[in-house]
Design a protein around this ligand. Structure first.
Ligand SMILES: *[C@@H]1O[C@H](CO)[C@@H](O)[C@H](O)[C@H]1NC(C)=O
Ligand SMILES: *[C@@H]1O[C@H](CO)[C@@H](O)[C@H](O)[C@H]1NC(C)=O
Ligand SMILES: *[C@@H]1O[C@H](CO)[C@@H](O)[C@H](O)[C@H]1NC(C)=O
Ligand SMILES: *[C@@H]1O[C@H](CO)[C@@H](O)[C@H](O)[C@H]1NC(C)=O
Length: 422
């Protein structure tokens, strides 16, 4: 099984390779792979790429729906290959941008701490590992990879060692779009979040196979649901343009097969961009608008009436003595949660491993959080609920393909073999 030592080995070999590889592009890879580690203290999902000349590894918090990659250029940015982007460049035609002294600028933002700034759009060398789906392969690089310069202020609240954020949103300068256009592979990526803070999960860019130990190709079968465009920006502080976040259309929520009484207006996205369900990697747990949260928790908790409640552990309200549950392959035995999508047959089912959180030793809490009254977005599906599920975002077909819990298939998102076979 993959482990911390595999990961350290991976980072070590990445550094070794960086020291010996020139930034000349190897033959076009058909897919790329990045590690994604859950940071133990912030619960952020952190990835790592190599950038600049000479190449240095940089850590980035993943914000799946945000618009581009940004890094702190204020502290320790040394490179002989960085270039500012002129306003006339095609890269600068993207969305709302500024222009000062003929240098293109955009606003890097941090949705963990809700901070933002303005920054120059710059290109520099970016290097990542290719993959055949089973192991990392040769490192490939892009000479002029666009990103936005942030500063130390915007790093507020990010995990230790992180110097920027990786945006994977619906734009043409996000990581997946840039990788797809540089290497001529399909504009899609698959996210597989690990539940462990010791063993990384993985993000694949491009088509499958996506192979996890012991030799399980999790690129199929997948169930598909449309990605829904929100006409109004959902990033902090930017209005007047469409959202770049990933929304899916939940039609109803069932607990043990019974639909909850939910105001359906909240599940749809209005013309003003309100409501709907966003996939978010900056929320560690799923957040629900108050009336949905109340319907959800009261039904769930009623079904657990036989289990001993214990004191709440923030941010959770409903916590139990762990001894009161039976354990199953899919986590502790609790009522099944079904998110019903575009039709009755397209359902995202969640079991104990994704619904309950060990908030303290021996204490399991229902891992959903109250999002308050009248929020802009009604539901954020957070990290814990996505762990050990493969989620493929297809930007060409605008659809999300997702698997059942990989625990059904006796593997996990921590099981990618990061030992390079290059
Ligand atoms: C960047 O370069 C300067 C000047 O050569 C040097 O003093 C500094 O230590 C370098 N910083 C990093 C992070 O490499
Ligand atoms: C991004 O898209 C915009 C409009 O959709 C287009 O004008 C621009 O050329 C594109 N930029 C790149 C780098 O492809
Ligand atoms: C449903 O939610 C919408 C949007 O918040 C609200 O305007 C409407 O009054 C709600 N309907 C009911 C029956 O509560
Ligand atoms: C991981 O990949 C390496 C390189 O291909 C291989 O030697 C090793 O056996 C693999 N590990 C497992 C557990 O299969």
């Amino acid at each position: 099984m993959a482990s911390t030592s595999h990961f350290s080995l991976f980072l070590f070999s990445l550094l070794l390779l960086l020291a010996t590889t020139s930034p000349a592009t190897a033959k076009n890879p058909s897919a790329l792979v990045l590690p994604v580690t859950k940071d133990a203290s912030t619960l952020q999902y952190v990835t790592q790429v190599a950038q600049r000349t000479p190449l240095v590894p940089i850590k980035l918090t993943v914000d799946i729906g945000s618009r581009f990659m940004w890094v702190d250029c204020e502290q320790g940015y040394n490179s002989t290959s960085d270039r500012k982007v002129r306003c006339s460049s095609p890269i600068c035609q993207f969305q709302l941008h500024g222009c000062g002294g003929n240098i293109c600028s955009l606003g890097p933002d941090n949705r963990v701490s809700n901070t933002g700034t303005g920054g120059d759009v710059v290109t520099d060398v970016l290097a990542v590992q290719s993959t055949d789906g089973s192991n990392p392969g040769p490192i490939v690089s892009i000479r002029r990879f666009p990103f936005v310069c942030g500063n130390a202020f915007v790093l507020q609240g990010l995990a230790s060692g992180v110097t920027g954020m990786a945006g994977l949103g619906i734009t043409n300068i996000s990581l997946p779009a840039q990788f797809a256009s540089a290497f001529k592979f399909p504009n899609k990526f698959a996210l597989c979040l690990s539940s462990s803070t010791n063993s990384p999960g993985v993000i694949f860019f491009g088509n499958g196979p996506y192979v996890l130990l012991p030799n399980v190709d999790v690129s199929e079968p997948l169930v598909y649901t449309p990605l829904i465009k929100n006409p109004v920006n959902t990033a902090s502080g930017f209005l007047g343009e469409a959202s770049t976040d990933y929304f899916i259309g939940i039609k109803s929520i069932k607990i043990n097969g019974k639909a909850l009484p939910i105001n359906k207006t909240l599940l749809a996205i209005s013309e003003e961009g309100k409501g709907g369900t966003m996939i978010s990697t900056v929320h560690p747990y799923t957040v629900m608008e108050t009336s949905i949260y109340k319907a959800f928790t009261s039904t769930f908790v009623k079904q657990l009436a036989g289990v001993t409640r214990v004191a709440a552990v923030a941010p959770f309200e409903f916590c139990y003595n762990a001894k009161g549950f039976v354990s199953t392959r899919l986590g502790v035995g609790v009522p099944q949660i079904d998110l019903v999508l575009q039709s009755k047959s397209v359902v995202w089912s969640m079991f104990g491993a994704n619904s309950m959180v060990e908030a303290r030793e021996g204490v399991l809490c229902l891992g959903f959080v109250d999002g308050g009254v009248d929020p802009t977005t009604s539901i954020f599906i957070g990290g814990h609920q996505m762990e050990n599920v493969i989620m493929q975002f297809d930007l060409e077909k605008l659809r999300l393909g997702f698997s059942n819990s990989l625990l059904f298939r006796r593997t996990t998102c921590a099981n990618f073999n990061f030992t390079s076979n290059a």
